[in-house]
Design a protein around this ligand. Structure first.
Ligand SMILES: [Zn+2]
Length: 197
């Protein structure tokens, strides 16, 4: 067996991470090997821990280490507003801006005829359920300005029409732009200038 086989395998796995290719993965692994005590061992321990504790919030789809996430469990968040996002990374982007004080609902993607993703593949039934059972007065659709994102927003708006006030983030979210790439000021402005659907 090659003496570098495990290291090669590690590089191969790392290269599968978003944002890393084979070249970055090689650099990262080399760095980890050189910083074994300081970086690699604590990282391996943390990954082991998170691998066993990380889960999706049963209520909203956020990730955390409890069945119900910190935001859903918090008594400080407004119960009346739900901000609907595609992905947890969008939720994190909204949280970084610190402007939204309500709760979230993570769809887990967008409707896509091409990829055969319908409402049941996303957390849309659960959203409708929440609107019916929780005391929600406003649903803010913070979906990305992609074609699939907007198709999904229209579908949800159709389903919830007449049941709740529906708004969407104001223009300012660039076309094809993902919330995660926006700076906090842009997100804040887009939320504050949200418009009724
Ligand atoms: Zn939650």
């Amino acid at each position: 067996m090659s003496s570098t086989r495990d290291i090669d395998n590690l590089i191969e796995m790392m290269a599968k991470l978003p944002g890393l290719g084979p070249r970055s993965a090689r650099r990262a692994v080399l760095h980890l090997i050189r910083k074994q005590a300081l970086l690699m061992t604590p990282l391996a321990d943390l990954m082991q821990t998170v691998a066993t504790t990380a889960r999706e919030c049963l209520n909203c789809g956020n990730v955390g280490t409890n069945d119900i996430c910190d935001i859903c469990a918090s008594e400080k968040r407004a119960n009346s507003e739900i901000c609907v996002v595609e992905d947890v990374s969008d939720l994190w982007a909204m949280e970084r801006s610190g402007v939204f004080k309500g709760r979230y609902h993570v769809l887990g993607g967008t409707l896509s005829a091409l990829d055969a993703i319908g409402p049941d593949e996303l957390r849309i039934p659960r959203l409708i359920d929440r609107v019916q059972t929780e005391s929600i007065t406003e649903v803010i659709l913070a979906l990305n300005a992609t074609i699939d994102g907007q198709t999904t927003a229209h579908y949800i708006a159709d389903q919830l029409e007449g049941r709740v006030k529906l708004t969407s983030l104001a223009q300012g979210v660039p076309i094809g732009g993902e919330l995660d790439y926006l700076d906090d000021g842009t997100i804040t402005a887009a939320l504050q200038a949200r418009k009724a659907l």
